[in-house]
Design a protein around this ligand. Structure first.
Ligand SMILES: Cc1cc2nc3c(=O)[nH]c(=O)nc-3n(C[C@H](O)[C@H](O)[C@H](O)COP(=O)(O)O)c2cc1C
Ligand SMILES: Nc1ncnc2c1ncn2[C@@H]1O[C@H](COP(=O)(O)OP(=O)(O)OP(=O)(O)O)[C@@H](O)[C@H]1O
Length: 314
């Protein structure tokens, strides 16, 4: 897969010369709705012997439209993760457009000319609710008119689960509620967070539960605070674990939030390793214990609950 980073206005020589089927959207999380858009585009690309190109943005459009602080924006998939997910979906060319005010203010016809026709789109595929132009003024119904027979337009019908649209917004809500099973079902895969193992307070060892403290990559959205059954990928190997997203409240107030994983049946030193943590089941809320002995007893119970969860999952 070729990744083409574009800052508006671009130079013509930045654009690969292949004719393409072009799929459009922000695609945060690359969930089942997105996957249907991409699969539809891929099928047409195969039939017509065209490359599959997909256009996404480096940051969420709401940063420009609603003036949200980019540092506050948390994603289901960072650009790096999106690249992995798109490659797995069979995308040949991934356009990452810098979503700037100048880009956002293109009129619908300018956007169609410069970002569809000039990207050599023979077919444009997007979902039923795709919009474009300043403040999202134009929609898919109007696209054939702007296309003016220069490319075909294919609109993907609404993908639903429980009579509700599958959307990034809905998945963000499920994460905020700790409903990992629902979130993962809508995503079509287990929600995964990338990060690096850093040093903690080295207290876990004394508790009998040494934890890998994870410095989560910038911009990544976390599920709600609490304790979870997780898997953690170290090198190329996935391990079972139990994780805490919390403030270690038993050890004092106003502590920083940490993401920690106790890896079951594991004794290696993995400081500095890049890891990925996938989130499978919310076990309980974070609790403030009166004594360390009580915390240790709960951790032992969490370990049993985690093992039981994964045993039943298989
Ligand atoms: C599965 C799991 C559950 C945890 N639950 C709690 C909890 O309910 N309350 C709490 O104060 N700390 C909880 N902790 C955090 C421990 O307090 C923490 O691992 C310990 O302080 C070690 O911190 P350190 O890695 O920075 O040394 C939990 C940790 C894990 C791995
Ligand atoms: N459930 C769905 N069914 C069909 N198409 C969808 C669905 N969800 C998204 N799409 C399409 O996928 C592309 C990317 O959509 P977008 O990034 O807006 O995702 P979204 O899940 O709708 O996000 P948000 O919740 O932030 O509105 C667009 O073309 C959009 O129309």
């Amino acid at each position: 897969m070729k990744v083409v980073n574009i800052h508006h206005p671009y130079q013509a020589n930045q654009i690969p010369t292949d004719n393409v089927v072009l799929a459009l959207g922000f695609f945060d999380g690359v969930h089942l709705g997105h996957q249907e858009v991409i699969a539809t585009a891929k099928k047409i690309a195969n039939e017509k012997n065209l490359k599959l190109a997909l256009m996404t943005f480096n940051q969420h459009p709401s940063i420009v439209f609603q003036k949200i602080d980019p540092d506050q924006m948390k994603y289901l998939s960072t650009i790096k993760r999106k690249e992995e997910l798109m490659e797995a979906q069979g995308v040949d060319i991934l356009y990452v457009i810098e979503f700037t005010s100048a880009f956002a203010s293109l009129s619908p016809i300018e956007f169609v000319n410069q970002y569809m026709v000039d990207l050599h789109a023979q077919v444009v595929v997007a979902g039923f609710d795709y919009t474009y132009g300043p403040k999202d003024v134009a929609n898919m119904e109007q696209l054939p008119r702007f296309a003016d027979n220069r490319f075909e337009v294919v609109t993907v019908a609404k993908q639903e689960s429980d009579d509700e649209k599958i959307s990034s917004t809905r998945i963000r809500k499920e994460l905020a509620d700790g409903n990992m099973e629902v979130a993962n079902e809508l995503l079509g895969y287990a929600y995964e967070i990338p990060g690096r193992v850093v040093h903690g307070d080295a207290r876990g060892r004394l508790l009998g539960f040494p934890t890998a403290n994870i410095e989560v990559d910038a911009g990544v959205r976390l599920p709600r605070v609490g304790v979870y059954a997780v898997k953690i990928k170290v090198g190329n190997q996935w391990h079972l674990g139990m994780a805490s997203i919390g403030y270690n409240v038993t050890f004092g107030d106003n502590r920083d939030m940490t993401v920690e994983v106790y890896i079951l049946d594991f004794k290696e030193d993995i400081y500095g390793e890049r890891v990925a943590v996938s989130w499978h089941h919310y076990l309980r809320e974070e609790l403030k214990f009166d004594s360390v002995v009580d915390l240790i007893a709960q951790l032992k119970q969490d370990e049993l609950d985690t093992a039981a969860y994964f045993k039943n999952e298989k």
